[in-house]
Design a protein around this ligand. Structure first.
Ligand code: FES
Length: 170
């Protein structure tokens, strides 16, 4: 069942899928569009993707669950991802993560109670040469140091729109 909001989403997905050789091959951009629409991927998102691509919600969910970039749970207004893979770990990612946890009062994998922040660790962001690398609302902060955590959080507090999923995609 669709409502006016999801109808518009389905139309966007269908328009994107028309650029692909077959509908299912548009599953990744379709999931991005759905995540942009809902802020995360609730069951209604998989239903909309399935309807637009003439597949099943289970297929859409199975693809989404494979990729770290898709959120199967609600996330905060600001998404902070600290890379803890080797290059970042060797350059102080542990201290950066610890500072975020202390400042936000959450552990990695959790959201702040006010719904403003989600903190999580990620595997390599592809910014090893500028480690430690932190992705904040999908934008990289390179050579990130523990001392930069507090100023960053102050900066984000003053930022009206946080999350930028979908910018430049599809
Ligand atoms: S190891 Fe952190 S960006 Fe590659």
């Amino acid at each position: 069942m669709t409502n006016q909001g999801t109808s518009a989403l389905i139309e966007r997905i269908e328009a994107t899928a028309a650029k692909y050789p077959n509908q299912k091959s548009a599953i990744i951009p379709a999931l991005h569009l759905a995540q942009e629409h809902f802020g995360w991927l609730p069951p209604e998102a998989f239903e909309a993707v399935a309807e637009a691509l003439d597949t099943t919600p289970a297929f859409a969910q199975s693809v989404a669950s494979f990729y770290d970039m898709f959120h199967l749970q609600p996330i905060g207004k600001h998404l902070i991802e600290v890379c803890t893979n080797v290059a970042c770990a060797l350059n102080g990612a542990g201290a950066v993560l610890e500072e975020f946890e202390q400042q936000l009062g959450v552990h990695a994998g959790e959201s702040s109670t006010d719904g403003q922040y989600t903190l999580r660790t990620v595997e390599c962001l592809g910014g090893c040469g500028t480690a430690p690398t932190v992705a904040v609302n999908n934008r990289y902060r390179e050579f990130f140091e523990r001392s930069q955590v507090k100023p960053l959080l102050q900066e984000l507090k003053a930022t009206p729109a946080g999350w930028t999923e979908g910018e430049g995609q599809v």
